[in-house]
Design a protein around this ligand. Structure first.
Ligand code: ZN
Length: 591
């Protein structure tokens, strides 16, 4: 039986789903929407006054939705079958669909104003959200025409959204014939981390064979979602799907090019790591795909949650005592739902509760060092939220590439500190798990980017067949992994495996990961250089994430993301780990 202190506290949101405050907030969403609609339709008088009223109403609505959606989604996250929460979730979704055109309506009003700059200059309230207002005006050129918007939103339900749902159904209902059992795909893929090489190999063979059962519908899902993305990009006045994605990410092509230029230069180092890991596992010619996630070295220490808390406070406190205090408080105020239990979803996340200046963190802690690292990661997100405290909702949306800055920073900080004081065997294990993750986030992500670009481009001409998709995936893996992976032991079905290709709202859901990892490491390198003095800069950078372009946020601490040099400096940190891993591995195998 879990103790109360191990469960997160949601009671400051609402007491229960029967709580009058909850019922009242749910019911008032319709009136709020009607009030904003009436404001939008009111005969034009003073534009500045009208915009002030609209932004005030939007802010209040955002806070209410924040409270409601956190209560509902966090309840469901730890109690999937909670009926009251499930019903409320459907109702909130319906409310969102009704609210979306109102947000576009406000953007259209801003874009059509005679003198937006004059309004901003004359109003204290509008000055506070000036970045968001200017962005609305700039983005107006990319709004779907007003009379078409509701129809396009509705057709997405039977188009991209439906294909996305089908994809999830195919994935979650597929049963894989593994040895004498029929297992869900996720369970079979999980065996890639098993210490027994025969288990890993059999699981890989079973997984690859199983895709034949779903490859055809999967290929239709992928082709259709990418076709819809092409159509939407055109309708919104973008020259390509990638341009639309970069625009939504507040990022420019120059930055993406600089990132890939540097990544390509370091691919040989990642291959060197894979070959060294292959040698340790008895493969002479690079790693087979089924051993990418194989554990290396001795299993490290098992932590209790108290030990994890102490470790975090001690090691993260070396960055600044404020971080230790912040984390201690997160435990004491029960922001964290700690252990796995039936009905609780897997993985980990951090959800901001902006109006309350808090966060809610969900983990499935089982005591590995990776679980401690996950806590550091999620509490990094929470620290980021703390840095955004007090800002209007219009200024807290962090674009995808910057969203992992504080979490990666924390993970890097923790492993840096722990590596300072551990023995040779444990050092090898820790280095390896960091490199395994970095290889996925840089090398595999690069192959995913190449693959997705090819699908999006080819779709202009025709829908790709299963054979074409497999071939494109293998070529992307060749370009990225090269001789780091054995030629005849790769994964032609990664396109059917990764859900990221099937998000109907977000394309190229890959480069933000590489950006995030390398940016977080680059920011950490700045800290190593500047020490304590960097803490204030760091917090300012995080606070700026929702109110500047990616390049401007980086420039605030002197980083130029448009130049490959910055990315090279982050990759150099990983290269040092690769050098050490290869040396340690060689030394240990001779002992
Ligand atoms: Zn994260």
């Amino acid at each position: 039986m879990e103790k109360q202190k191990d469960l997160w506290d949601l009671s400051y949101l609402y007491k229960s789903f029967e709580d009058e405050a909850f019922q009242g907030d749910m019911e008032s969403l319709k009136q709020d929407a009607a009030a904003i609609k009436a404001l939008l339709e009111a005969a034009d008088g003073d534009e500045t006054a009208k915009l002030e009223k609209l932004m005030t109403a939007r802010e209040a609505l955002d806070a209410k939705v924040d409270r409601l959606s956190n209560y509902i989604s966090c309840t469901l996250a730890v109690d999937a079958t909670n009926q009251a929460a499930g019903l409320a979730d459907d109702q909130l979704m319906a409310a969102f669909t009704a609210l979306t055109p109102l947000y576009s309506g406000i953007a259209r009003f801003v874009a059509g104003m005679k003198d937006l700059e004059g309004a901003i200059a004359s109003s204290k309230e509008l000055q506070k959200v000036a970045f968001a207002l200017r962005e609305m005006k700039e983005n107006a050129a990319h709004l779907i025409p007003e009379n078409l918007e509701p129809w396009i939103l509705e057709m997405k339900l039977s188009g991209g959204n439906a294909f996305s749902q089908l994809r999830d159904k195919l994935d979650s209902t597929l049963l894989v014939d593994y040895r004498e059992e029929k297992l869900p795909l996720a369970a079979v893929r999980g065996k890639a981390y098993n210490p027994d090489p025969a288990v890993r190999k059999d699981a890989y063979d079973a997984e690859i064979a199983s895709y034949a059962k779903i490859e055809l519908p999967m290929s239709y899902c992928l082709n259709s979602i990418k076709m819809e993305a092409r159509t939407l990009a055109k309708a919104k006045g973008f020259s390509s799907v990638l341009e639309m994605t970069l625009h939504d990410s507040r990022m420019d092509q120059e930055t993406l090019d600089a990132l890939w230029t540097a990544v390509k230069e370091y691919l040989p180092d990642f291959r060197r790591y894979l070959k060294a890991k292959g040698k340790m596992l008895g493969h002479a010619e690079g790693l087979p795909f089924w051993d990418l996630f194989a554990p290396v070295g001795q299993a490290s220490k098992v932590y209790t949650i108290e030990e994890a808390r102490e470790t975090l406070l001690r090691e993260m406190g070396k960055f600044t005592p404020r971080m230790a205090e912040f984390m201690d408080n997160a435990f004491a105020q029960r922001w964290i739902d700690i252990y796995p239990r039936p009905g609780k979803t897997g993985g980990a996340f951090c959800s901001p509760v902006h109006f309350a200046d808090r966060s809610l963190v969900m983990t499935n802690f089982q005591g590995s060092f990776s679980d401690v690292s996950t806590l550091a990661h999620e509490l990094g997100h929470a620290w980021h939220n703390r840095c955004l405290a007090g800002l209007p909702y219009a200024l807290i949306d962090t674009p995808m590439p910057l969203a992992e800055t504080a979490s990666i920073f924390n993970e890097t900080m923790l492993s840096y500190q722990v590596l300072q004081s551990c023995g040779k065997e444990e050092r090898l294990t820790l280095l390896e798990s960091g490199l395994m993750e970095a290889t996925q986030t840089v090398m595999d992500i690069y192959s995913r980017f190449l693959f997705e670009q090819e699908v999006v481009d080819t779709r202009a001409d025709h829908a790709m067949t299963v054979e074409e998709l497999k071939d494109a995936m293998l070529r992307a893996q060749e370009a990225s992994y090269g001789d780091g992976l054995q030629k005849d032991a790769r994964h032609p079905y990664m396109w059917a495996c990764k859900s990221h290709y099937y998000s109907s709202g977000y394309n190229f859901y890959n480069f933000p990961y590489a950006f995030g990892l390398l940016f977080g490491k680059g920011v950490f390198a700045q800290y190593l250089e500047k020490g304590e003095a960097f803490v204030e800069d760091y917090c300012r950078l995080l606070r700026l994430c929702g109110s500047a372009s990616v390049a401007d946020v980086a420039a605030s601490v002197g980083i130029d993301v448009r130049k490959p040099d910055f990315w090279r400096s982050s990759l150099e940190v990983i290269k040092k780990d690769i050098d050490e891993f290869c040396a340690l591995g060689g030394a240990l195998s001779q002992e």
